[in-house]
Design a protein around this ligand. Sequence first.
Ligand code: AMP
Ligand code: GLY
Length: 420
Amino acid sequence: MNILILGSGGREHALAWAVKQNPKTDRLIVAPGNAGIARLADCAEIDILDGAAVVAFCVENAIDFVIIGPEAPLAAGVADATRAAGLLTFGPSAAAARLEASKAFTKDICDACAAPTAAYARFTEPGPARAYVQAQGAPIVVKADGLAAGKGVIVAMTEAEALAALDDMFSGEFGAAGAEVVIEEFMAGEEASFFILTDGVNALPIGTAQDHKRVGEGDTGPNTGGMGAYSPAPVLTPALQAQAMEQIVLPTIREMARRGTPYQGVLYAGLMIENGQCRLVEYNARFGDPETQVLMMRLGAQALDLLLACAEGRLDLNRVTWAEDHALTVVMAARGYPGAYAKGSAIRGLDALPESSSQMVFHAGTAERDGQILAAGGRVLNVTARGASLAEAQARAYAMVDAIDWPDGFCRRDIGWRAL
Ligand code: AMP
Ligand code: GLY
């Protein structure tokens, strides 16, 4: 079959890499893609936020299956447009993707199905929001309701910080995303990610992971999109996964269906684990980045069969075949990230690295010029390996990092520390 993947990051490189290995795949196109993706698929320049443009491209290129990577096209209704045109599509409708696009909506759903999550209140006016913060005290968490590229959440350790965050949000720093603000109880504990495919009725867990959001070693410094990840996350024991399914994920899926907006795609549940219980931090309506890189390395070619079963509504007939293995990815970023960084520096040594089912360098932000790979973003490479143990996966990933010659890049040297 002919398959179109929308997106251009390391997540989409990993999805393309897994899909490509499946014999069902004839032609694979990624839009817009990147320099790493271009080595295994055709790349196409289309406006992936424009549903009509995506549909027209699919018709012209006889696409049989569309896989949507990032949240922006989901929130923009691209899955609605492709499904309305009769195209088999992996990814939720705009109405269902509100589980990521609106934090207040997710809180409503949690209330409706009694899913454990942080206590909260919603505000559209600064006065009552400030009074609430002053009454609750710190630590406390202030969130812009809408999509804010991961920057709309302030975990305030002091009341002053929380009040400053409210001022920023109500003065329009996050645009429409900050018109409504959710203020939440601070949850202590350890965070982990749980990935579940659902066709709207059936649900199939496909793995756990933990990422490292802070830029510095020991989880210090500013937040980033993620500096590395590993799977599985040992903190999410089988008992906790069962609890999360029973109390959070399945009730959410049933509530979305009950409202006439069934959720089809991957549900990425961010969970906080404390005292042997998990609570929901947030949902994302897409695969995690860089968590997908480790999930795909562990799933391999079967990933396509699972995504197809999800899109076709027959997940009940599917199961995941797991190797008892581990995967770990190290993000190499441009010096300066997550602050200002330069683009265009040359990366050498990639061609000498063997690529296999157990080690891959996924490209996140790269471009190719005259046969040379150049940095073209903040997070640039996802150096990914698997092993019989997490320690082995980690050693292999760092051996690859050490073989990459990129003086303008950096990475954390401690990815995996929590589990090791
Ligand atoms: P979100 O975008 O909702 O995932 O929030 C980003 C990060 O902020 C999460 O991954 C957590 O590390 C942190 N966070 C969000 N909500 C809370 C909370 N209620 N308590 C503690 N940390 C939180
Ligand atoms: N790695 C965090 C995310 O994809 O949101």
